[in-house]
Design a protein around this ligand. Structure first.
Ligand code: IDP
Ligand code: MG
Length: 157
C-alpha cells in the first residue's frame, strides 16, 4: 500500500495539564503513534481564557465550567494534530470517554470526569474547526510516513 494512495483524515488532541504534571504525556502520545497515526503538528501552549471559552463553548454554561477552565489553564498542554485513515473516530476510541472504559487512555490512567488527561475531536467537522483553532497552516507538516506501507494494506484503501 503506497502511503499517497490512502485517504486519510486529521484530528486534534490536547494532552491536558494533568497528563503533563503526572509525566504521562510521552506514554499518551506513544499510544497514538503505536497504532500507526502520523503526527503532523505538535506544540506546547499555555491556554488562556479566550481560547478555552471557544474550545469549551458547549459546556460554558455548565456548573463545572469555571473549575474546568482553571484546570485547563493551570499549566501548559500539548496540542497535537494526528493523521490516519478514519483518524477522528480511531483517536476518540483510543482516548476513551470515561475513566471506566478500561483499555483506553482515560480508562487506564484517570479516575476523574474532569482531569481526564486527553481531549480528542468528536467528529470530522469539529476536528477541522479545532485544528484551525490551535494551529496555523505553516505549523502542520505534509510528509511521507514510510511506516505506513507496513501499517495499511491495499484492501484497506
Ligand atoms: P469529552 O472531553 O469526553 O468530549 P465533553 O462533554 O466535551 O467531554 O466535556 C469537555 C470536558 O469537560 C471533559 O473532557 C472534562 O474535562 C470536562 N467535563 C465534562 N463533564 C464534566 C463534569 O460533569 N464535571 C466536571 N468536568 C466535566
Ligand atoms: Mg467533547
Amino acid at each position: 500500500m503506497k502511503p499517497e494512495q490512502l485517504e486519510t483524515e486529521r484530528t486534534l488532541i490536547l494532552i491536558k495539564p494533568d497528563a503533563i504534571q503526572r509525566g504521562l504525556s510521552g506514554q499518551i502520545l506513544a499510544r497514538f503513534e503505536k497504532k500507526g497515526l502520523k503526527i503532523v503538528g505538535l506544540k506546547m501552549m499555555h491556554l488562556k481564557e479566550a481560547i478555552l471559552r471557544e474550545h469549551y463553548a458547549h459546556v460554558v454554561d455548565r456548573p463545572f465550567y469555571e473549575e474546568l477552565a482553571q484546570f485547563m489553564s493551570s499549566s501548559p498542554v500539548f496540542a497535537v494534530c494526528l493523521e490516519g485513515q478514519g483518524a477522528v473516530d480511531l483517536v476518540r476510541r483510543i482516548s476513551g470517554t470515561s475513566p471506566d472504559e478500561f483499555g483506553t487512555i482515560r480508562g487506564d490512567y484517570s479516575v476523574s470526569v474532569q482531569k481526564n488527561l486527553v481531549h480528542s475531536s468528536d467528529s470530522p467537522e469539529t476536528a477541522a474547526r479545532e485544528i484551525e483553532r490551535f494551529f496555523e497552516s505553516h505549523e502542520l507538516f505534509d510528509y511521507r510516513k514510510e511506516e505506513w506501507k507496513h501499517v495499511y494494506a491495499e484492501c484497506d484503501a
